[in-house]
Design a protein around this ligand. Sequence first.
Ligand code: PHE
Length: 337
Amino acid sequence: MEEKIRQLTQACSEEISAAGSENALYAVRVKYLGKNGLISDLMKGMKDLTPQQRPVMGKLVNDARSALETEFTEKGNQLHEAELAQKLAAEKIDITINKGRSVGKLHPLNAVRKRLVDFFVSMGFEVMDGPEVETDYYNFEALNVPKDHPARDMQDTFFLGGNLLLRSQTSASQVRYMEDHKPPLKMISPGRVFRNDDDATHSPVFHQLEGLVVDKGITMCDLKGILDSFAKHFFGSDTKVRFRPSYFPFTEPSVEVDVSCSMCHGKGCKICKGTGWIEILGAGIVNRKVLKICGIDPDEYTGFAFGFGIDRIANIIHSIPHIKLLYENDIRFLEQF
Ligand code: PHE
């Protein structure tokens, strides 16, 4: 067995030296050190040894394994650097080249934002943006999220000190709008918002479009009607909309809104994670307390509000897998639109 360990270690060392790429090295690693690899197989032979031999052999195998691990790491670093250098050399962009007739166009995010705004404007909505640095009052308190309320955790907010923060939702602009306008109101607030959140579908900076309608006799049916037209316009005329009960402090009742998946038409696919539905927005009937805070009589008027991420809509429309692609401005990505 000792001889076998020596032979395997030597063979593995030779294959490590010969590996010409990170992928090839990985294959060698799996062959020898993988769960069912040749070195791991040796351990399985232990049961045939005497109790005295076992610890001795165990140590030999483990020593061989850790020596090989070191070799793998060193070779891996070498290959990684070589591959990186090669990639940098190959992908160099010559900024002096005059490409002639290349024509500029809107960034996909701006293009989608423009289409969304156009859609709501065509339905009679007014557009308003507000400050990105907001006060606690407009971002939270006026929206029925008092200080120390657990609902603040729903939006990982960047607090700036004092009473200031980076707005975590454009609902803040809606409060400003309600203060300055008398119902009937019909407005959208598209804009940049900020949350301490970072993964494939979340970015610390993203874009929201929130809508607000306040008038006499507004109900959930009006909300559903608008969202139905919206979904059909952007995701196809056979798109269905469904409401699921949810919670937001500024709406009561609140709903989470899903659209049927436009890729598989509800059958279930990778995009909708097999469910047939894609969650796109939050909405609800404006909480009476919010209307009152903004100087609107909740016994006379009711309203609905909804809010979604423009980035998310752009990603769904264009099947973009990672939100960061929208912000890196890699020309190879942007050219595809
Ligand atoms: N402001 C909410 C958010 O950012 C979305 C929302 C808007 C929910 C309006 C309900 C009504 O999560």
